[in-house]
Design a protein around this ligand. Structure first.
Ligand code: PLZ
Length: 459
């Protein structure tokens, strides 16, 4: 017999969004019978290569909770990988999307344009770092934005080489895979990869061979020396970097590294691309993570948080670079779809109205001391790091920096069973990351942190 899939109205709610009861509530084991039935259907119809973190099938979400098909309500510390920063089904997003869907769903901006696309580009010019003249182009996914940023940089400079970093993540399309560092699961047997990509050491304080104090200075010296000796500055179109690395382990470069790299790029006519796909839109306590050190990128790639969960991505940058490309050289059928643009305008409105950058700073201020206290008690926690509401702990074997992915996996699994959604990441799979929706309540944050502490006590 097939288990009954609980509908939102049976769990006391007509729909998702912030009106959902902001509580953790477990009514079955995780996953429950309805989710297990759906999992069986999934296994018969969805390709095995597309995986999941936790097979609870979601029927409603909002604020800081995810409600599943069995009527369980889980605390969300993942935001669908840093996407629903304004919360799931945020009213500002729902209203604008509903209105747009009723008016028209698609024309293709390259066929007959519409205002929403232009309005999103105006907002991007206003919100991204730097007060220079800017242009934007809109796409569907982060990987597509990254591909296009590289196209634009190569076209504008007439140079071939692109510099990327250890632990980088830039997506799953062919060029983006080439830029991404980690083999499993992203690249294994998917080559050959795009050419003219050069990987440099990353300023990773915990793992820098001579220690964190020397990291910024030595990493900068190594990177610039390698670019000079192995590529030649004049052959480099672009350097692409995440201001805080995401999938690669929430690696926060030491202060000074990013500004010096940006300066080096400026000196040599290299396009500095900040990939803010995970860090952008208030996540780190500023609209963009580059702002923490006053870095002004030439091009910036955005996606995820931009549109409250609707698929939208952008490349924004200096007008002279963006406009270097001939008409027709950039685009795509769905890029800047009107419904996604309406969602983005609603999401940015919500970020501004509710000061979500400020809220991200509050979340950091609330969580960091608790995570540091946990690290005092558990020697497997080798590092606590992050900014705003983009935080992580790295698990190691006590007394070493040897990665302990099994501890990360055990703690994550215990959190999931207790109704807390957490994600892991890192080149070595040994980092627990925390990305709550910025609209989550203090009491859910607090309860989530207690669950995490209990999970550590058991691990
Ligand atoms: N650049 C910095 O974080 C996406 C990947 C999830 P897409 N990160 C989540 C997965 O396993 O596929 C990401 C990112 C940074 C680019 C991307 C790619 O964005 O929208 O997933 O293509």
């Amino acid at each position: 017999m097939t288990a009954h899939i609980a509908q939102p109205e049976e769990t006391g709610q007509r729909s998702g969004g912030p009106a959902l009861p902001q509580e953790r509530r477990l009514v079955t084991e995780i996953p429950g019978p309805a989710s297990r039935d759906l999992l069986a259907r999934r296994q018969r119809s969805v390709a095995a290569g597309v995986s999941h973190v936790l097979p609870v099938f979601i029927t409603a979400a909002g604020g800081g909770v995810l409600v599943d098909a069995d009527g369980n309500s889980l605390i969300d510390f993942g935001s669908g990988i840093a996407v629903t920063s304004v919360g799931n089904s945020a009213p500002e997003v729902v209203e604008r999307v509903t209105e747009q869907v009723r008016s028209f769903t698609h024309t293709c901006f390259m066929v007959t344009p519409y205002e929403g696309y232009v309005a999103v580009c105006e907002q991007l010019a206003r919100r991204t770092p730097g007060d220079h003249d800017k242009r934007s182009a809109l796409f569907n996914s982060g990987a597509e934005a990254v591909e296009n940023a590289v196209k634009i940089a190569r076209h504008a400079t007439g140079r071939p080489a692109v510099v990327t970093f250890d632990h980088a993540y830039h997506g799953r399309t062919n060029l983006a895979m080439a830029l991404t560092a980690k083999n499993m699961p992203y690249k294994h047997r998917f080559g050959p990869f795009a050419g003219e990509i050069y990987r440099m050491p990353m300023a990773y304080p915990l793992r820098w061979p001579t220690g964190p104090t020397n990291c910024a200075q030595e990493a900068y010296a190594t990177v610039t020396e390698l670019i000079h000796s192995q590529i030649g500055e004049q052959n480099v179109a672009a350097l692409i970097i995440e201001p805080i690395q995401g999938e690669g382990g929430f690696v926060v470069p030491p202060v000074g590294f990013l500004p010096r790299l940006a300066e080096f790029c400026r000196t040599h006519g290299i396009v500095f691309i900040a990939d803010e796909i995970q860090t952008g839109f208030c996540r780190t306590g500023n609209w963009f993570a580059c702002e923490h050190e006053g870095v002004v990128p030439d091009l910036i790639t955005t996606a995820k948080g931009i549109a409250g969960g609707m698929p939208l991505a952008a490349v924004t940058g200096r007008a002279e670079l963006m406009d270097a490309v001939h008409p027709g050289g950039l685009g795509g059928t769905y890029g800047g779809n009107p419904v996604a643009c309406a969602a983005a305008l609603g999401a940015m409105q919500a970020m501004e109205d509710h000061d979500l950058a400020g809220r991200a700073r509050n979340i950091g201020a609330l969580m960091l001391p608790r995570l540091r206290a946990l690290a005092e008690r558990h020697p497997q926690i080798g590092d606590v790091r992050g900014r705003g509401a983009m935080l992580a702990i790295e698990l190691i074997r006590p007394g070493t920096i040897e990665p302990a992915p099994e501890v990360a996996n055990r703690v994550a699994a215990a959190c999931h069973t207790a109704g807390l959604m957490v994600l892991t990441c890192g080149t070595f799979g040994n980092v627990l990351r925390f990305l709550p929706p910025l609209v989550i309540s203090d009491h859910l944050l607090d309860e989530g942190l207690s669950i995490l502490a209990d999970a550590f006590a058991m691990a």
